[in-house]
Design a protein around this ligand. Structure first.
Ligand code: C2E
Ligand code: MG
Ligand code: MG
Length: 568
């Protein structure tokens, strides 16, 4: 925004005109922390610009200093001695004697209704008195810049600053009434802008603002924040989820003809403690929103404490991952893969995060986080390296067909050359590549078949043993399996649990075994916990088992003494 320049008489006149609109209007020079006194064509630096600011925030974080720094009007609600008032600071440039121009700020203060009169006193007893019972002023009557601070120019809705002020005001008036904060989001709005142009995006935002205004939703306050978030504050009793869903549905189809079909979602936070900062309430509504971002069938999501706990956990994982990896807190456990008699064939390497106090963090609680933040390949490479090292070290104590299977995250393929890395491990440790089996999940193999097929083919052509992990957990169809090039199918625990339709899962399992036999593939069943499962699966043709019935994942020294030592 271009900061306007005034001569002394012009600014003097301008400030006079504002005096009827606000309780206090003054010109300040935040840099020197002084009030500037104007008198026709003279100006003078007067008393310190105290007033509504606490000593600690004077001119460092106060709105006047911010306005000066950013050249944009700033607003702030201040609560002091049980009174609440709003301060707006608009940057201007004052051209003084000899055409010397210096930046300063017009500060406008309004006390809120129901506030008791306030006396601002500075250290030198200069006193400004706010008139008793002064009314809240109409924002539209302010200056151009001032209005811009209160109104979102694109939609005409209140700005975030204005929303904060009015919502806080409402909270102060009825602090015991719980509120509901709703934040809406247009799914992949950036894409709309990119595909249809900014103007189309703006048209959607304006249309949405109008529609929300006319929606009949009984919000107390509303604003637009960020590019495509609309935030509403409801009295708890006035918020009806089904009504919100109806409106979101209606809005979603509103732009189909003019621009495109959009998809709207909303995050909801029920605020019982109104002393919590409004921005934290909105953060929680946003967290609820983020929880459904990838679920396009869900429209509304309410914040719950688990979401915050998950966020805290995620932050913890991200901040401690690298130092803990370097500190050796990530260790490999080995879970035996055995025949029906329990004789060892190989093992799966499963990572464990072992904290200094001995707490073991299971992989399911951090693998996904590391995948989302592109850190997973650092961990996987460490696990693969250790596994290859064990194979090299155990050449003489393990059987010649002994193998270790390692998990490959689908994300690894995006960040590193997986094939080249395994080839490097074979050279580094002098191991047979047939002894290091590679597990790739079924969901990855099925997600983008063409591309995945090429990856699988390259690994197979290079002589690696490829296993499809978690078969049956996802959505694979047996038909697709025949197109995939791999050696072993690992049937997921959920497939053999038979929790629902026993007959049906048996029939499917039998056809899986039939098909793998025809395609000459190996089968490993995971999660075997009971003797009768081993018997039933053996009858179907299964020769390799992994599960608690035989053993749990073990620390390496335990694995060695139980399975690889001469008296094992
Ligand atoms: P997965 O690769 O399917 O590993 C099998 C999981 O099933 C392991 O869980 C294992 O402890 C568990 N399991 C084995 N037998 C039984 C049983 O009889 N009953 C039950 N209830 N569970 C059994 P874990 O170790 O917690 O690993 C979970 C998943 O985390 C793994 O599933 C794998 O997808 C991932 N993961 C583990 N380690 C790594 C790793 O180093 N890299 C990557 N990318 N992922 C890993
Ligand atoms: Mg696995
Ligand atoms: Mg598995």
């Amino acid at each position: 925004m271009k900061v306007k320049e005034y001569t002394v008489p012009e600014l003097s006149e301008y400030i006079e005109s504002l005096r009827s609109l606000y309780d206090i209007v003054r010109l300040v020079a935040p840099e020197s922390c002084r009030v500037i006194e104007l008198d026709h064509d003279c100006y003078a630096f007067g008393k310190k610009c105290f007033g509504c600011w606490e000593r600690s925030e004077r001119c460092r974080t106060c709105t006047s200093a911010m306005a000066l720094k950013t050249s944009v009007a700033q607003g702030k609600v201040v609560i002091k001695k049980s009174s609440q008032f709003s301060v707006y600071s608009v940057p201007v440039r004052l051209r003084g004697a000899n055409d010397v121009v210096f930046p300063c700020v017009i500060e406008m203060v309004t006390t809120h209704r129901n506030s008791i009169p306030v006396t601002y006193t500075d250290d030198r007893q200069d006193t400004l008195i706010v008139p008793a019972g002064a009314a809240v002023q109409d924002s539209a009557a302010g200056t151009e810049q001032f209005t811009a601070a209160r109104i979102d120019p694109l939609t005409g809705l209140p700005s975030w600053a204005e929303f904060c002020q009015t919502t806080r005001d409402i909270f102060i008036r009825s602090p015991s009434e719980p509120r509901v904060i709703v934040m809406t989001d247009i799914w992949k709005f950036g894409l709309v802008n990119e595909l249809f142009g900014i103007e189309s995006g703006n048209a959607i935002l304006r249309g949405m603002a109008d529609a929300l205004r006319d929606s009949g939703l009984m919000y107390e306050t509303i604003c637009r924040r960020g590019s495509d978030h609309f935030i509403m504050c409801f009295k708890s009793g006035d918020y009806i989820e089904s009504r919100l869903c109806d409106i979101l549905q209606k809005l979603s189809s509103m732009f189909t003809e003019s621009v495109c079909r959009i998809f709207l979602q909303a995050g909801v936070y029920r605020a019982h403690d109104l002393t919590m900062p409004l921005s934290s309430m909105c953060d929680r509504a946003k967290l609820a929103l983020n929880a459904i971002k990838e679920k396009t069938k869900v429209m509304v999501s309410e914040f719950d404490q688990d979401m915050l706990d998950r966020l805290v956990h995620e932050q913890h994982v991200l901040s401690s991952f690298r130092p803990d990896l370097e500190a050796g807190e990530f260790q490999v456990y080995l879970q035996p893969q055995v025949d029906r008699e329990g004789a060892i064939k190989g093992a799966e390497a499963l990572v464990r995060w072992i904290k200094p106090d001995g707490t073991i963090v299971p992989p399911d609680s951090f693998i996904g986080i590391l995948e989302r933040s592109c850190l997973i390949s650092d961990l996987d490479r460490m696990v693969w390296d250790l596994a290859a090292g064990y194979l090299a070290a155990w050449k003489n104590i393990a059987g010649k067909d002994f193998y270790i299977s390692v998990n490959i995250s689908p994300l690894d393929f995006f960040h590193i050359d997986v094939l080249a890395y395994f080839e490097h491990l074979v050279r580094k440790y002098g191991i047979d590549k047939k002894s290091l089996h590679l597990e790739i999940t079924e969901s990855f193999m099925m997600s983008d078949t063409e591309k995945q097929l090429r990856i699988a083919d390259r690994l197979m052509e290079a002589g690696w043993i490829l296993e499809i992990d978690d078969f049956g957990k996802g959505y694979s169809s047996l038909g697709e399996l025949k197109d995939l090039n791999f050696n072993t199918l690992k049937i997921d625990k959920s497939f053999i649990d038979e929790t629902e339709n026993q007959e049906r899962s048996r029939a499917i399992l039998e056809s899986v075994f039939d098909m793998t036999k025809k395609l000459r593939m190996e089968v490993i069943t995971e999660g075997v916990e009971r003797k009768e499962q081993v018997e039933r699966l053996s009858a179907m043709g299964c020769k390799t088992f992994q599960g608690y019935y035989f053993d749990r994942p073990l620390p390496v020294p335990d694995f060695i003494s139980k399975y690889l030592s001469p008296d094992a």
